[in-house]
Design a protein around this ligand. Structure first.
Ligand code: NAD
Length: 443
């Protein structure tokens, strides 16, 4: 099929590339000329495992191309995906200005029947707005479909290629048939295409993200309770997880969720609920617990140095003049995305308290530079970040941080203190080597 994808970010680029990989003829369009220029020059603007190779292959086979021209993208396609951002507006509700601008532009260039598919995460009722926006600029027939995306950054290609389910919200049998055909190559292992009305499809995306965010805030709250009581969240987590009704997924305590989706989607759902007179108390608590959780590691650091730094001159802040190494900057492993990353909150607090920060992340260093410029030292590797450090704060659970060389660490650090924001380090081993260890909700 001939497809265009408008918006070439994490979702649009993966969608377009994977659809090309299954044999479709795909154009990815973006208004960001720099991004398109990079892609046309063979450079991939984001880090996503496996993506670069797929892009190269499909471009070489002539199935995938990139443009800034909306007209070209629309006129030669049967299906047009909208995959632009839906950032939070001032009150937390999703800002639809990009989605609706694209919808109007699509309408302007429509030259026959097409399916306009909304892949961006949008509040219930947006399908109607998109339909009106397209219709305001054309007399041609078209259908609007909601096809929310459930991929995870860091495993986006894999998720798109074998999705748990494909949700299609549509009101036209023709559109459903075409969409089901498009997705048939990704759902061969079983019938995982769920057809529903557009509003339910839009809601399904928010419901899923809100549920996952709830699990994270729930386990973080439990971890904080365990920490105070001398119980160990890791044992508790396992004790819970083997119950099939509960399971292990998304029940890892940490420094709070971040990224471009959970924070904004929970906020947006709270606002949508408000519009229909529902006070979304659970969701508000999920958000409040998460905001609080982003400070927990910092508070442990301050607490440690307040207790152990008694010899400091009176009035001197406990972190002033300390060097804190930070491992992990992206909001989760296997991505360079730092949007709403807990690392940003933690580092800003450390800097404000007078500490010097030496940080390392396997792929998010460029993103970190955009945020902190020269305000922190971006170390070329994880051990370099430890040189002269008074403590290490592990913020993102990259695999390469799981089993580091403790002897080497101890030699490099000024004082052997570790704040493990993801509970991934071997506490007993660290203690054997003389480290002071702090985790989240661990004894
Ligand atoms: P992104 O910011 O990475 O990409 C959005 C792209 O849209 C940018 O490249 C931007 O230049 C482009 N754009 C904006 N206005 C445009 C216009 N008028 N014409 C053409 N291009 C335009 O965003 P993303 O992370 O890919 O998210 C896109 C949508 O998908 C959001 O609604 C998000 O909530 C949803 N989503 C994201 C993820 C994720 O993991 N990132 C997962 C599922 C769903």
């Amino acid at each position: 099929m001939r497809i265009s994808v408008i918006g070439t970010g994490y979702v649009g680029l993966v969608t377009g590339t994977c659809l090309a990989e299954s044999g479709n003829d795909v154009i990815c369009m973006d208004i960001d000329a720099g991004k398109i220029e990079q892609l046309n020059a063979g450079r991939v603007p984001i880090y996503e495992p496996g993506l670069e190779e797929l892009i190269k292959r499909n471009v070489a086979h002539g199935r995938l191309s990139f443009t800034t021209e909306m007209k070209r993208a629309v006129t030669r396609s049967e299906i047009i995906f909208i995959a632009v951002g839906t950032p939070p507006g001032e009150d937390g509700s999703a800002d639809l200005k990009y989605v609706l601008a694209v919808a109007r532009d699509i309408g302007k260039h429509l030259n026959g029947y097409k399916i306009v598919v909304n892949k961006s995460t949008v509040p219930v009722g947006t399908g109607d707005k998109v339909r009106a926006a397209v219709a305001s600029r054309t007399r041609h027939a078209f259908d609007v479909v909601s096809n929310p995306e459930f991929l995870k950054e860091g495993a986006a290609v894999e998720d798109f290629m074998s999705p748990d389910r494909v949700v299609i919200g549509a009101e036209s049998a023709k559109a459903v048939r075409i969409m089901a055909e498009l997705y048939s190559s990704f759902t061969r292992k079983g019938d995982r295409i769920l057809v529903m009305d557009i509003r339910s499809a839009e809601m399904t995306k928010y419901a899923s993200n809100a549920m996952l965010a709830t699990k994270i805030s729930f386990i973080n709250e439990l971890a904080n309770i365990c920490g105070g009581l001398g119980a160990d969240i890791d044992s508790v987590r396992k004790g819970m997880g083997y119950d099939k009704r509960i399971g292990f997924e998304f029940l890892f305590p940490g420094v709070g969720y971040g990224g471009s989706c959970f924070p904004k989607d929970v906020k947006a759902l709270v606002q949508t609920a408000k519009q229909v007179g529902v006070d979304a108390r659970v969701l508000k608590a999920v958000e409040a617990v998460n905001d609080r959780q982003k400070s927990v590691l910092y508070e442990k650091i301050v607490d440690h140095f307040t207790r152990t730094g008694a010899k400091r001159p009176a009035g001197k802040q406990p972190l002033a003049g300390r060097t804190i190494a930070v491992w992990g900057l992206s909001f989760k492993p296997r991505t360079d995305d730092m949007r709403e990353a807990p690392s940003i909150v933690i580092i800003k607090k450390l800097l404000k308290a007078g500490a010097e920060v030496k940080a390392h992340d396997p792929v998010a260093m460029d993103e970190a530079y955009k945020i902190f410029k020269n305000g922190i030292f971006l170390a070329p590797d994880s051990y370099e970040a430890l040189k002269g450090a008074d403590a290490l704060a592990l913020v993102t659970e990259w695999n390469e941080f799981r089993t580091p060389d403790f002897v080497r660490m101890k030699k490099l650090m000024r004082t052997p203190v570790v704040f493990d924001g993801r509970n991934i380090l071997n506490r007993e081993e660290l203690q054997k080597f003389g480290f002071r260890y702090y985790g989240i909700g661990r004894r």
